[in-house]
Design a protein around this ligand. Structure first.
Ligand SMILES: C[S@@+](CC[C@H](N)C(=O)[O-])C[C@H]1O[C@@H](n2cnc3c(N)ncnc32)[C@H](O)[C@@H]1O
Length: 310
């Protein structure tokens, strides 16, 4: 269960809907308790807090505590700016996984893509603090023509920091940002990491542009990407709760594409979710899938493993 706990964000990422949003659309305590009851009833395994920036929600620590009390694992996706302030509190309430968004190997690249001076330095501080404790550290990297030249340096940095998992996501919801050099940087990266076991590449992150030469060429020539063809299984395993609309959607990508659904999404939360799930199974989703989601579709059994690989 992904939950967008706040639409507030302190970062101004060039590629994100929530860049600099200051309308405080925060999940209420009532909505959160209702969601946890639903999760308990349906035997969910994990909750993942996202946003906006989840560390901006004033009750985030309490939310994690409550989730742990019903026996689910807890994960957070953060831009990392506030991490040094929050590490102790997050660990004290038993956070199982911290996902940090990092798009560059140095402040010049990362902070400028995210229009967020000081963010890179705080991420590094935060990761070092987390590293002293028993928690899974994952990095999400959004890749495009703007930072693919830095991808090998990011790899070196993550290895040095001892990051456990890496998910690479080609940028979504943007025009084609690849350029004529992108494919060469990509090939250099694939060659560098092909035998790497020093970090767990999630899903198809090691080959995020494609598994065959044809697919890779299509990615860089036509801004195409790995996608799920038929009978999507991600929608059987993933849910995303949007408090602002009190809507539950199957898959973490659909939340940005609600307007494309050919029916109304008002009504009972579970019924609406089921309607969207069945529709997505029958109609190829036009979303730009993440390499991790394509992998979950091909290997749904990873959802049953104890290790968090989803
Ligand atoms: C919307 S953010 C919310 C959590 C938090 N504020 C953060 O920056 O990590 C969740 C994830 O989506 C990624 N993201 C944002 N815009 C994206 C885009 N256009 N394409 C792909 N991923 C994107 C972020 O890098 C982050 O890893």
């Amino acid at each position: 269960m992904y939950v967008r706990v706040s639409e507030n964000c302190n970062s101004h990422c060039f590629m994100c809907h929530f860049a600099g949003t200051s309308n405080a659309l925060n999940i209420s305590d009532e909505q959160y308790d209702k969601l946890l009851n639903h999760m308990k009833k349906k035997n969910y395994k994990m909750i993942r807090f996202t946003g906006g920036e989840p560390l901006l929600h004033k009750n985030i620590i309490e939310f994690i505590k409550k989730a742990k009390e019903i026996g689910v694992k807890a994960s957070i996706i953060t831009n990392g700016y506030l991490l040094p302030l929050y590490v102790d509190k997050l660990l004290k309430v038993g956070l199982d996984e911290c996902i940090i968004s990092l798009d560059g190997s140095c402040s010049e690249v990362h902070d400028s893509l995210r229009n967020f001076p000081g963010c890179f330095d705080n991420i590094i501080k935060g990761i070092k603090l987390l590293k002293e404790k028993d928690i899974i550290i994952r990095v999400n990297t959004v890749v495009s023509g703007k930072n693919i030249s830095d991808i090998c340096n990011i790899y070196d940095l993550l290895i040095n920091l001892g990051v456990d998992q890496w998910s690479i996501i080609p940028v979504k919801y943007k025009e084609n940002l690849w350029n004529e050099d992108s494919i060469n940087y990509y090939r250099e990266f694939v060659d560098k990491v092909k035998d790497s076991n020093d970090i767990k590449f999630l899903g198809y992150s090691k080959n995020f542009a494609g598994l065959s030469d044809e697919e890779i060429k299509d990615t860089f020539d036509n801004n195409s990407r790995l996608s799920i063809k038929d009978n999507c299984k991600v929608v059987d395993n993933v849910r995303f709760y949007i408090p602002d609309k009190d809507v539950l959607v199957p898959c973490n990508c659909v939340s940005h594409r609600l307007k494309e659904l050919p029916f109304s999404i008002t009504g009972d939360m579970e019924e609406v979710c089921e309607k969207i799930r069945l529709w997505l199974k029958e109609n190829n989703c036009s979303c730009k899938c993440e390499p991790l989601n394509v992998y979950i579709n091909d290997h749904p059994e990873i959802m049953d493993e104890d290790e968090i690989l989803y």
